[in-house]
Design a protein around this ligand. Structure first.
Ligand code: 1GP
Length: 256
């Protein structure tokens, strides 16, 4: 096999996630540098690591400074040993200090830019700094959220899950390795159980669910519906104690 083909293997962070997933669902903590100072973020990251969150994602819909991302992630990396994964809103969110980047396409955007434009512009930087790119299909439900407005998303009906299933299947057939159902940070309600169940039973790549998850009950219903990875962001900023309970609930679904 030519060496250029061999380099297409799954990277270290993705392998770690897949290994963790073999024993059940996992939790990831989203930190938004727009909403917290770095000292606060370091404290939260250390805490969630000790509670059992599997990775830190860093991102936010309005991040505009690569310097800020460089500093934020480089500092986080010095304080914790779980992976730090960029959750980019745009090209400027990239930093060479992260363990990996969710290399994501917003499949239901009406904008070429969010489907493949930003990814194309980011690719040379990712190659140059050898950042691990994890292909992720991002499907955003419409709502009163920043991601829905900025990403210019097409509506997806929750009472017709066959539509989101078709997106998720297309993602799998295109070779994406994870699917993310996003209600949007701070969404009034998380992704409904019927949507998660229908998508989960239709695909065989890991399913990430996030947005609006803020209670133990939300976590239970999301996991019982089949989510493999739960992402919480707002609760980390607002109520670290509750976050601890959320992580403990995810852990209770694991076989270990
Ligand atoms: C947003 O899914 C994440 O991208 C997290 O959402 O802030 O509502 O937890 P919350």
């Amino acid at each position: 096999m030519p060496s250029s083909v061999k380099t297409l293997r799954v990277g270290k962070t993705e392998s770690y996630l897949l290994e963790r997933l073999e024993k059940g669902p996992i939790h990831m903590t989203l930190l938004d540098p727009q909403n917290m100072v770095i000292e606060e973020a370091v404290e939260v990251a250390k805490k969630v690591e000790s509670c059992g969150s599997s990775a830190i994602m860093v991102g936010g819909s309005t991040i505009a400074s690569q310097n800020e991302m460089d500093e934020f992630i480089a500092t986080l990396k010095k304080s914790i040993s779980i992976p730090v994964i960029i959750f980019p809103n745009n090209v400027q969110a990239l930093t060479k200090h992260a363990d990996a980047v969710w290399y994501m396409s917003l499949l239901n955007s009406v904008e070429w830019y969010y489907i493949i434009g930003a990814q194309m512009q980011a690719a040379p930087f990712i190659k140059k700094y050898q950042i691990e790119a994890i292909p992720l299909a991002y499907i955003v439900f419409r709502g009163d959220t920043a991601v829905s407005a900025i990403g210019r998303v097409l509506p997806i009906p929750t009472n017709h899950p066959e539509v989101v299933v078709a997106y998720a299947l297309a993602a799998q057939f295109l070779g994406f390795r994870f699917v993310y159902l996003e209600a949007g940070s701070g969404a009034a309600e998380p992704i409904p159980p019927n949507v998660i169940k229908t998508v989960k039973s239709s695909i065989n790549i890991p399913l990430i669910v996030g947005g609006g998850i803020r209670t133990v009950e939300h976590v239970r219903q999301t996991l019982e519906s089949g989510a493999d990875i739960i992402v919480t962001g707002t609760i980390a900023e607002e109520d670290p104690e509750k976050l601890e309970k959320i992580i403990a609930t995810v852990k209770s679904f694991r076989r270990e």
